[in-house]
Design a protein around this ligand. Structure first.
Ligand SMILES: [Zn+2]
Length: 131
């Protein structure tokens, strides 16, 4: 089996991924817990302007968006760890070329080489994903 990366680099990136994974898991469970404990009716009760209940909605939306981002990153890390396990980590999912080590060190969840990533972003428009 061809490995895209030397063993020590793989090990290093795996450590980074696992540490980040643990951190994100903790953040998400804390955010979910916070949300549970937060009394939104309290916020709405302190302000008297009609329509202020939407403040609680907004807070809720913002927190959900943060959780959502974290969950996407958790998924990306799980994928990267799978690829580490099956030996395809560091290979571009589009062209099969090796992804530059510098890129992997900056974005350990990168699944495309820089060339394919740029093409992907052009095809799909919008902001470039950092992962
Ligand atoms: Zn590629």
């Amino acid at each position: 089996m061809t490995q895209a990366l030397p063993a020590h680099t793989r090990r290093e990136l795996e450590d980074t991924l696992r540490a980040r994974y643990a951190q994100l898991r903790e953040e998400v469970s804390r955010e979910l817990l916070d949300q549970d404990q937060y009394d939104y009716s309290d916020v709405a009760g302190k302000v008297h302007d009609p329509g202020d209940e939407s403040v609680a909605d907004l807070i809720s939306d913002l927190e959900l968006a943060a959780i959502d981002r974290n969950v996407s990153e958790i998924r990306a890390i799980e994928t990267a760890l799978d690829h580490l396990a099956d030996g395809t980590y560091g290979l571009c999912v589009d062209c099969g070329d090796t992804i530059a080590v510098e890129r992997l060190k900056a974005y350990p969840t990168a699944s495309r080489c820089i060339r394919c990533q740029e093409r992907y972003e052009k095809d799909h428009g919008g902001a470039p994903p950092k992962l």
